[in-house]
Design a protein around this ligand. Structure first.
Ligand code: SF4
Length: 70
C-alpha cells in the first residue's frame, strides 16, 4: 500500500504524528519531517502491518492531506 501526503494542504498540525508515530514525525522546527524542497506531494510505500496506523492518521488529519492507496 502507498501513502500520499499533499504537502500544500498540510499545515503541520501533527495529529498524524500522534496517530501513527512510526510513520510520521515533526522536525526540530515543528514541521512535518517528510517535507522536501523539491516536491509538493510525498509518496511512499507503507508496510501492510502499519495499515491501521496509516488509516487512523488519514482520518484524523484536519486538512485531509493524507490519502491511502491500496
Ligand atoms: S495531520 Fe495532516 S495537516 Fe497535520 S501534520 Fe499531519 S498531514 Fe499535516
Amino acid at each position: 500500500m502507498n501513502v500520499e501526503v499533499d504537502l500544500k494542504k498540510c499545515q503541520d498540525h501533527g495529529q498524524c504524528v500522534y496517530a501513527a508515530p512510526d510513520l510520521f514525525a515533526l522536525d526540530n522546527e515543528g514541521r512535518l519531517s517528510l517535507r522536501s524542497e523539491a516536491a509538493d506531494v510525498y509518496v511512499a510505500e507503507v508496510d501492510e502491518g502499519s495499515a491501521e496506523e496509516l488509516y487512523e492518521a488519514a482520518e484524523v488529519c484536519p486538512l485531509q492531506a493524507i490519502t491511502v492507496h491500496e
